[in-house]
Write a protein that binds this ligand. Structure first.
Ligand code: NAG
Ligand code: NAG
Ligand code: NAG
Ligand code: NAG
Ligand code: NAG
Ligand code: NAG
Ligand code: NAG
Ligand code: NAG
Length: 647
């Protein structure tokens, strides 16, 4: 037995690997070409127009034999040698989606063989790592080469043993097209769902409705998607069955099926209690939606990377239209049927702008979607999809390849009435946390003019306050400061939050009957000249709070007509009093006092958006609901603060 030094054994291993790789290359390619020719015949017809849809490219590009993630098609190779694949069965490639049509009452069959080089493992993070090593190798980093060769040499030696090892296989499918109603006006049901059958038994190589029930697993698609996982070391047989035709629907199904040893290629989370997508607000033809924090890392490099990516795509659809019913969990179904798709290079992107914003609690990056061109007084459904394949391309994080395409639970949102006197404003310079609908009038000007009307006013108010604050001993030694616990910065921040919410009223339709809303400007005409039906105004006290806006400037310059205001939260005022020097004279009214009703509203313990605060949205998570502070010391009416406003 010759003993090799570690260096020699590395060399030997790497030499062996290189030779093996070369032999593999020579052996594999001729049968591969033959296979491609065979497949072309076996491939089913796929709708042409589906190919026109801008599907993001599948995340696995064709690879060369020197790429570490290159997967020699042993499975197909074995089959073509042994002739095991029955006719009419399509072979699936690891982590690639296969498109296929299926007619009512028939079953399409697939077979998936575990990738032979099984040491690659199920965790995608490793793929990323290895491709980094190869890049190092290319750049001539010696350590990278050694590490890579050693690992690969070892793997080549062990691959025969590992081939038999069990692996977890993730099977997923999406319905891309479904039969359409013969008479849409009469049809009140959705097209029936496809069914996925899975078998690993050599006895049942054709799973489907007619096969032995004990020899297969059955998963009925849910809203156009099915997922199933199993651990096996055998070939996996898959059937996708379309139900018998009914008289109400016409047409065939088209679907995509994928098997992967890494993760679900198509996943969905309809049971997720975590609402990924938050409806912030809307106006008569637009809506603003936002994802959760994309990261909570304080690391600026991580934040920078996130800021330059757009990890989510969003689909929106008018709920009156039934077209997406039955495919709400299906990425490619949504691509086919959703009215609005916020996909880069996708359709109807003119109706939605998406950016990464840091607005909102915590100031972490979030992806924002801003729609326009929606119908007024309409209910919409928004469905967020994280496109793991897009992430991979942008190399966001090490775990990116561990994700496929994931469809999240839908978020409902509605647009406001066509009175057009509430309009969304975003991207304010001074009140940078403000993004919601404000009292408006189409004749006042565009959204940026409206935004600066409110924002400039708030900034001017703040400048007055800033002068007063400068006279307080903020930076004085501790013994002379107004409080040891609060600084002038705390006071300035609390004032800004309060000011922006008070100066920029949050607008709701006058027809919104929620009890916590304050009717405003009931005596004015709507922008279209019509007036409130006297019956609607009946019972409203004929006082200033109802007959005018909070800020007379709004009635003078904008003249929005009757609207309702979502009042600022009372805790904005309490925070102001707590954080600012008593000498500034701030005070807050208590519920029941003169000055509370019509000026402030309270958070309700039951949740929901019952009052306005910077960064507020229609769905308020428990964490965002600021606790209402104790108020023993807070007496009196807003003094100086309101004074500034009315000045
Ligand atoms: C695999 O399937 C089982 C049920 O069949 C499920 O409980 C489990 O969460 C699945 N695993 C993954 C990683 O999805
Ligand atoms: C579907 O139709 C076939 C014949 O057309 C019939 O044999 C079968 O029982 C039907 N299946 C169902 C679930 O109705
Ligand atoms: C973002 O993170 C902050 C800080 O952890 C948290 O308060 C806030 O609720 C999060 N925002 C969303 C939309 O999840
Ligand atoms: C708006 O309504 C019309 C008529 O009901 C409908 O055809 C159209 O699809 C709707 N558009 C959107 C974006 O909801
Ligand atoms: C969204 O609207 C649909 C239809 O009205 C309803 O069934 C569903 O429960 C709503 N979802 C949420 C989260 O409110
Ligand atoms: C809005 O109107 C102003 C003039 O009032 C104009 O300068 C500006 O370009 C407009 N902005 C947009 C986005 O149309
Ligand atoms: C407030 O005043 C301070 C100086 O007292 C100044 O540095 C700061 O820029 C002012 N802030 C604003 C928003 O005017
Ligand atoms: C309400 O406002 C309208 C116009 O804004 C005015 O004509 C009317 O007199 C006001 N009514 C009361 C009771 O102040």
């Amino acid at each position: 037995m010759v003993h090799l030094s570690p260096l020699q054994s590395r060399l030997a291993a790497s030499l062996l690997a290189s030779i093996l790789l070369f032999v593999l290359y020579l052996v594999l390619f001729p049968p591969n070409f033959a296979l491609a020719a065979e497949l072309k015949q076996a491939l089913p017809i796929v709708f042409d127009d589906l190919d026109d849809i801008d599907l993001p490219p599948p995340d696995y590009k064709p690879r060369g034999p020197l790429d570490p993630t290159y997967e020699p098609k042993f499975a197909a190779f074995e089959r073509s040698i042994l002739g095991r694949a029955p006719s009419g069965v399509t072979a699936l490639t690891n982590n690639e989606a296969m498109p296929m049509n299926v007619e009512a009452g028939t079953t399409q069959r697939f077979v998936f063989s575990l990738p032979s080089v099984s040491g690659r493992g199920p965790e995608g993070g490793r793929l990323e790592l290895r491709s980094d090593q190869v890049r190092d190798a290319g750049a001539g980093a010696g350590a990278g080469i050694a590490e890579y060769d050693e690992e690969d040499g070892g793997e080549a030696g062990q691959s025969l043993a590992r081939r038999q090892a069990s692996q977890r296989v993730y099977i997923s499918a999406n319905t891309c097209q479904q039969p359409q109603p013969v008479d849409p006006s009469k049809t009140t049901t959705d097209p029936p769902q496809l069914t996925l059958y899975v078998s690993t038994s050599a006895e049942n190589q054709a799973p489907g409705p007619l096969a032995d029930k004990d020899d297969q697993e059955v998963v009925v698609f849910e809203e156009g998607a099915a997922v199933f996982n199993l651990t096996t070391n055998k070939e996996v047989y898959i059937g996708v069955h379309a139900p018998n035709a009914t008289t109400a629907f016409r047409g065939i199904y088209n679907f995509r099926v994928a098997a992967s040893v890494y993760h679900y290629f198509y996943n969905y989370k309809d049971q997720d209690d975590l609402t990924r997508l938050t409806w912030v607000d809307s106006d008569s033809q637009g809506a603003l939606l936002m994802t959760q924090n994309l990261t909570e890392s304080e690391d600026s490099a991580v934040q920078q990377r996130i800021m330059s990516s757009q990890p989510y795509v969003l689909f929106a659809h008018n709920m009156k239209d039934r077209a997406i019913n039955g495919v709400k969990n299906s990425f490619c179904g949504l691509q086919t049927y959703a009215q609005i798709a916020a996909i880069k290079d996708g359709r109807r992107t003119d109706m939605v702008r998406t950016v990464i914003t840091k607005r909102g609690a915590g100031n972490f990056p979030k992806q924002q979607f801003f729609f326009n061109g929606l119908n007024s007084s309409a209910d919409y459904i928004g469905i967020l999809v994280s496109d793991g394949s897009a992430l991979t391309k942008r190399q966001v994080g090490q775990t990116a390849t561990a994700q496929g395409i994931e469809v999240f639970k839908p978020t409902n949102f509605t647009t406001k009435s066509d009175h057009g006197n509430c309009a969304l404003i975003v991207d304010l310079n001074f009140c940078d946390q403000i993004a919601y609908s404000v009292p408006s009038n189409p004749s006042f000007g565009n959204s940026s003019r409206l935004a600066s009307f409110y924002d400039d006013y708030a900034a001017a108010m703040y400048a007055n306050f800033n002068k007063s604050l400068a006279q307080i001993a903020c930076e004085a030694p501790a013994s002379q400061r107004y409080s040891l616990a609060r600084t002038c910065d705390d006071c300035a921040a609390a004032y800004k939050d309060w000011l922006c919410s008070v100066v920029i009223p949050r607008c709701e339709d006058f027809s919104n009957a929620a009890p916590y809303l304050q009717p405003r400007a009931v005596g004015q005409p709507f922008p279209d000249g019509t007036r409130l039906d006297p019956k609607e105004a009946e019972g409203l006290p004929n006082n200033m709070a109802f007959n005018s806006s909070r800020n007379p400037m709004i009635d003078e310059f904008i003249q929005p007509g009757p609207y309702k205001e979502l009042l600022p939260c009372d805790d904005l005022c309490y925070k102001l009093v707590q954080n600012c020097p008593a000498a500034m004279g701030f005070g807050c009214p208590l519920p029941g006092d003169i000055g509370f009703d019509g000026n402030y509203a309270k958070h309700l313990p039951t949740g929901g958006l019952t009052c306005n605060f910077p960064g507020s949205a229609h769905v308020v998570s428990a964490g965002e609901r600021a606790a209402v502070v104790g108020w023993g010391v807070l007496v009196g009416v807003v003094g100086l603060g309101l004074g500034f406003l009315l000045a």
